[in-house]
Design a protein around this ligand. Structure first.
Ligand SMILES: Nc1nc2c(c(=O)[nH]1)N[C@H]1C(S)=C(S)[C@@H](COP(=O)(O)OP(=O)(O)OC[C@H]3O[C@@H](n4cnc5c(=O)[nH]c(N)nc54)[C@H](O)[C@@H]3O)O[C@H]1N2
Ligand SMILES: Nc1nc2c(c(=O)[nH]1)N[C@H]1C(S)=C(S)[C@@H](COP(=O)(O)OP(=O)(O)OC[C@H]3O[C@@H](n4cnc5c(=O)[nH]c(N)nc54)[C@H](O)[C@@H]3O)O[C@H]1N2
Ligand code: SF4
Ligand SMILES: [Mo]
Length: 716
């Protein structure tokens, strides 16, 4: 009975969302036949969601590419890399590095290659045209934290397990499982707040599942959170509800800025009564501990950076910054935690060629990628590398970007699917599946609501003839560096030697690991705050608990003053713009997005278990608006914005507030030339045909994906 003897359990961190749950995988021979929550996991304690449970089906998906493609045909790895060389080198040699753009998608935050091999890829390319999913996501939070704390990666997270009062704006963790706050079983942690006598309040234009479970749900007009938060700040000052900690500069300046934002002045724009705003301020101040937590709905809006900043202004003014139960700074095992230079932080080290948009964290806004491809002249983008991204479905005015990609001289994608974006690629380099690569969460362990560390080695042996994603990125880097025939092993060694400069020489021969990524991780752990080793993580397959978050101020601040800068000049200037916009005419109908537990952005609709059931890509509309527009449930509606137009199926529901319609993103799987046979049976429509690439949050360059003015009528 050889088959039965090979059945075993392997433990592995789920790479599908930020929650970082531990999975217990049933492995039968070379297949994962089941995925359950790992009950002994130190952080997730057995929690799993429907996406994590499909881990094996995702790996087995017949449409997942098992070999590279050159011009749509399966090819050998050598031929594929030769084609990349033939496509990229002439562009680089004729036009220079800026002619080659790089787009980095979300799963780079979920792979070790993304953490370890993408930064050197960016450096080797040396192009100003680096883009990522960050500018359709969380860039505003990086910018506000960069200005306040001196480092855009110092993002405080709500101390969910100890807080007494949580105010959630623009997040739906019941379905998303959280973001910029790694918290396996986020719903369970919210229920625990209530169980210990605390409360949580949700501010959202839609009655989400999170809102349903909340102690209170306040509907807000899309894009109005900055007004609401400023009015709360106004009340905190006006009623002397402050509890400002040490090491904070700029408090009087913030008071002056808040003067104009009285609850009465903003109540209409927000759609929230002035009295309720006042009470919210008092509740935040009176709670023994409180945390304000904002996510997508506070970032992907016109005043995204301002809103993200105000979240932490309130956390600071109420004494909740850096204290248990408030918002705190995690300390990950691969980071040293030692104080760095107090140099401050800035944006705009260069600007985009066509629209003059400032660089932020080494990137330009993806909302301007199409401009850079389409507009002739010096520095025009002629070639594109995408790694783990599907911008044709995930970025604004994607109809335009889709057309622009068709005009490139050359495109190469590192991606396991032939999808709406990669169908434009001359070469698709398909990485090994998740069973054949190790996993450590470089990104999300720095955002975890409790400090812990976990490493999962590959579940199945690598295929020696197939490069894994680290090798693929190493080979790409070598091609970009003009050494197309270079051995990737030399590149791996080069990275290791660089990393080892941080470790005392007498420890160099202690480094272990079967793979270059493992050795780099071992170095990072050994130089890290807890002095852990790879061996220790391998010996603890359910993770190592490193305890609740600890106060870390003022040591970790990197501002020039060494203080929390509560009133950065950039945000003070932005406040004038917010005030001026108070009198702006409000649009009758605006579009917002929506996430569903069984989706993951654009790329998991090819898993049958995740798309079964009724259609999810519907246009939700309030009964009052539906009546006015002569639309009934199930009707087809024509939705038109400045950027584009589409026909969506109507779902009449009082879950959205009047004047607001909601359509999820990541759908629209009916484009020709893809290989997504399951997704194509329930294609849905691409909401980003409607979002406008010309409207951005100016400080971060982040796209505005919520609050899009639309016109709606029955489809002809
Ligand atoms: N309207 C609207 N648009 C949005 C949003 C919204 O709320 N509303 N949300 C935005 C957000 S938050 C995000 S993060 C972006 C996401 O934007 P993107 O990152 O551009 O899109 P994804 O759908 O995440 O596509 C991920 C791609 O990575 C591939 N992939 C999966 N696993 C791997 C892997 O291990 N290695 C490699 N190399 N590739 C892999 C998939 O096949 C897919 O092509 O979308 C944004 N777009
Ligand atoms: N199931 C599932 N989980 C996911 C993903 C997924 O696609 N599906 N994507 C992952 C990714 S990449 C990310 S970044 C996270 C995102 O995690 P979340 O931010 O929790 O995700 P959303 O569900 O988009 O929540 C945004 C909420 O903001 C509301 N909103 C829209 N506009 C406004 C506004 O102006 N003000 C306020 N207050 N609210 C507004 C929306 O109605 C929505 O409920 O989720 C991650 N997890
Ligand atoms: S919540 Fe996220 S990490 Fe946990 S099982 Fe689901 S997809 Fe995976
Ligand atoms: Mo995201």
């Amino acid at each position: 009975m050889p088959g039965r003897l090979t059945v075993r359990t392997a433990y592995r961190t789920c790479p599908l969302c930020e929650a970082a749950c531990g999975l217990a995988l049933t492995v039968d021979g070379d297949r994962v036949t089941a995925a359950r929550g790992d009950r002994e996991h130190v952080f997730s304690h057995g929690f799993v969601c429907p996406k994590g449970a499909t881990f094996g089906q995702l790996v087995d998906d017949p449409d997942r590419l098992r070999s590279p493609l050159v011009n749509g045909e399966e090819a050998s790895w050598e031929d594929a890399f030769a084609a990349v060389r033939a496509g990229l080198r002439p562009v680089l040699e004729t036009y220079g590095p800026d002619a080659v753009a790089l787009y980095l998608g979300n799963p780079n935050a979920h792979t070790m290659s993304g953490g370890l091999y993408v930064p050197p890829l960016i450096r080797t390319l040396g192009s100003r045209n680096v883009y990522s999913a960050s500018t359709v996501d969380q860039m505003p939070k990086h910018v506000s934290c960069g200005f306040m704390f001196g480092n855009p990666n110092l993002i405080p997270v709500p101390d969910l397990d100890r807080t007494d009062f949580l105010l959630v704006l623009g997040a739906n963790p019941w379905e998303s499982n959280g973001s910029l706050a790694t918290a396996a079983d986020f719903p369970g942690r919210l229920k625990a707040i209530q169980a210990r006598g605390g409360r949580f309040v949700v501010v959202d234009p839609r009655r989400t599942r999170t809102a349903e479970h909340a102690d209170e749900h306040l509907y807000i007009r899309p894009g109005a959170d900055a007004y609401l938060l400023f009015a709360i700040v106004h009340v905190l000052f006006g009623e002397d509800l402050l509890d400002v900690p040490e090491h904070v500069a700029g408090v009087p300046e913030v008071r002056d800025l808040a003067v104009a934002f009285t609850p009465d002045a903003v109540a209409d724009v927000c759609g929230i009564p002035a009295d309720r705003i006042r009470r919210l301020a008092r509740e935040l101040a009176a709670a023994p501990t409180a945390a304000v937590y904002g996510r997508i709905g506070t970032c992907t809006v016109e005043f995204g950076t301002l809103t993200s900043w105000l979240v932490d202004v309130i956390n600071t003014l109420t004494g909740n910054l850096d204290r248990p139960g408030g918002v705190m700074f995690p300390l990950a095992a691969h980071t040293s935690g030692r104080p760095g230079k107090k140099t401050g932080w800035t944006t705009g080290r260069w600007h985009s060629r066509v629209r003059g948009l400032p660089e932020v964290k080494g990137e330009l806004p993806v909302a301007t990628l199409a401009d850079e491809i389409e507009t002739p002249g010096d520095g025009q983008v002629r070639a594109l590398i995408t790694v783990a991204g599907n911008p044709v479905l995930s970025t604004p005015n994607s109809g335009r970007l889709d057309r622009a990609l068709g005009g490139l001289d050359f495109m190469v994608s590192v991606d396991p699917y032939l999808n709406e974006t990669t169908r434009h690629a001359d070469v698709v380099l398909s990485p090994a599946d998740a069973t054949r690569k190790g996993h450590y969460d470089f990104a999300f362990l720095t955002l975890s609501v409790r400090n812990f560390a976990a490493y999962s080695p590959p579940v199945l042996p690598r295929d020696p003839g197939t490069p894994d994603e680290c090798d693929i990125l190493a080979r790409l880097s070598l091609i970009l560096a003009g050494q197309p025939d270079g051995d990737p092993a030399l590149f791996h060694d080069h990275l290791l030697r660089q990393a080892l400069t941080r470790l005392p020489a007498d420890q160099h021969d202690k480094i272990t690991g079967d793979h270059p990524a493992e050795r780099l991780l071992d170095v990072a752990l050994r130089t890290g705050a807890y002095g852990l080793t790879l061996r220790q993580l391998l010996d603890n397959p359910h993770g190592v608990d490193l305890g609740p978050l600890q106060p870390r101020l003022p040591d970790l601040l990197r501002t020039a003053s060494g203080k929390v800068e509560l009133c950065p000049p950039e945000l003070a200037a932005e406040t004038s713009r917010l005030l001026a916009a108070l009198d702006r005419r409000r649009d009758d109908l605006v579009l917002i997005g929506r996430r569903h537990l069984r989706s993951n952005n654009s790329w998991m609709h090819n898993v049958p278990a995740l798309i079964k059931g009724r259609d999810r890509c519907t246009l939700q509309i309030h009964p009052d608006d539906a009546g006015r527009l002569d639309l009934a449930d199930g009707d087809a509606a024509q939705v038109t914005s400045r950027a584009g137009s589409l026909i969506a199926q109507v779902e009449v529901t009082a879950r959205v507030m009047p004047g607001v319609v909601s359509l999820p993103h990541g759908w629209g799987h009916d484009l020709p030339g893809t290989r997504l046979s399951v997704a194509a049976t329930r294609p849905g429509v691409n909401s980003n045909v409607l979002t406008d690439e010309l409207v951005i949050d100016p400080l971060s360059g982040n796209s505005v994906l919520n609050g899009i003015p639309v016109e709606i009528k029955p489809a002809p």
